[in-house]
Design a protein around this ligand. Structure first.
Ligand SMILES: [Zn+2]
Length: 315
């Protein structure tokens, strides 16, 4: 009896997690002080553990008295302490053993490919999402199919695409030289170029233009991306300023804290400055509207072609 009660009184609780199950192990030390050893993360996981925590502390005086007098098994008080200790330890251990631990969120770095027809498409359509993903440690590859020579200086626009991408945290910006405004006529080359990047970069998720877009190059980029990524399981279509009223986003990314960066990246395209859709007011307005749809303050919306595993929210 003395041996059993001493072991109970002198228990020290070590708590942790094995797989998805919380575990609780009794070691050595002054039992009442075991409460200190209950880690905060386990307290948050097991309902009622705070009550047990208080019980452990309330028994401190009795436990110390038992340990120092050495006659705890010969008195009613000692027996009461022993009995309550057994109950408390059994309760803690039992609850911990059967309570599934809260899953630890996996924040593995993902590879994100963004395909755009022109140098400013990425920034205007999903610049805030890209910045948020880059900020979270994910690797972003931007593939721009044309240098946008029909809408401004091809050289300047290509340089600005790289500068804007750097601002957003894009790891790599590749600007191709397929014919601007005639992308549909060069679909095989576009498909081959996108296929090559998909093969080498092996993205977890791909962003591209929507089919619901009135710009012929944007629709061509959409078709080419879907063909190149025909075996890929996560493709989202972004919202360019030229989308039609049929654009119907069902996936949203909360971009609070990233819209100012998006506006700065759009502003990096000085060659296109002056166009109405490049204004900070228009960019913020779209984010507010999509935010209202998504029930957050600011959001970007996407049409999913298909979306398996890697949702933007998980990225
Ligand atoms: Zn464009």
């Amino acid at each position: 009896m003395r041996t059993v009660s001493c072991a109970v009184h002198s228990g020290l609780i070590a708590c942790g997690q094995i797989g998805t199950v919380a575990v609780c192990v009794i070691l050595t030390g002054v039992f009442a002080l075991a409460a200190v050893a209950v880690p905060g993360r386990l307290r948050g996981r097991i309902p009622g553990l705070w009550a047990i925590h208080v019980c452990l502390w309330s028994g401190l005086g009795a436990n110390l008295w038992c340990l120092f007098t050495g006659n705890h098994d010969q008195t009613p008080a000692g027996l009461a302490v022993t009995a309550s200790s057994v109950l408390v330890l059994g309760g803690v251990g039992g609850i911990a053993a059967v309570t599934p631990a809260r899953p630890v969120p996996v924040r593995a770095a993902r590879r994100v490919l963004v395909v755009g027809a022109h140098p400013d498409d990425l920034e205007l359509a999903c610049g805030a999402t890209v910045a948020k993903l880059a900020d979270s440690g994910h690797e972003i590859f931007a593939l721009v199919l044309t240098r946008g020579g029909n809408g401004g200086s091809a050289e300047e626009r290509a340089r600005e695409a790289v500068a804007a991408g750097r601002l957003l945290g894009v790891s790599q910006v590749r600007v191709l030289d397929l014919p601007d405004t005639r992308l549909a006529a060069h679909e095989p080359e576009a498909v081959a170029a996108i296929e090559a990047v998909v093969r080498r970069f092996n993205p977890d998720i791909i962003f591209t233009h929507s089919a619901n877009d009135q710009h012929a190059d944007h629709r061509a980029a959409h078709v080419a991306t879907l063909q190149a990524a025909r075996s890929h399981s996560a493709i989202l279509c972004y919202e360019s300023p030229s989308v039609t009223t049929d654009f119907d986003p069902r996936v949203f990314v909360d971009v609070e804290d990233y819209v100012d960066l998006k506006i700065a990246a759009v502003g990096a395209h000085a060659d296109q400055r002056g166009k109405a859709y490049m204004s900070a007011e228009r960019v913020r307005g779209i984010a507010l509207f999509r935010g209202a749809q998504a029930k957050v303050r600011l959001a970007e919306g996407f049409e999913p072609v298909r979306l398996l595993r890697a949702t933007p929210g998980e990225l």
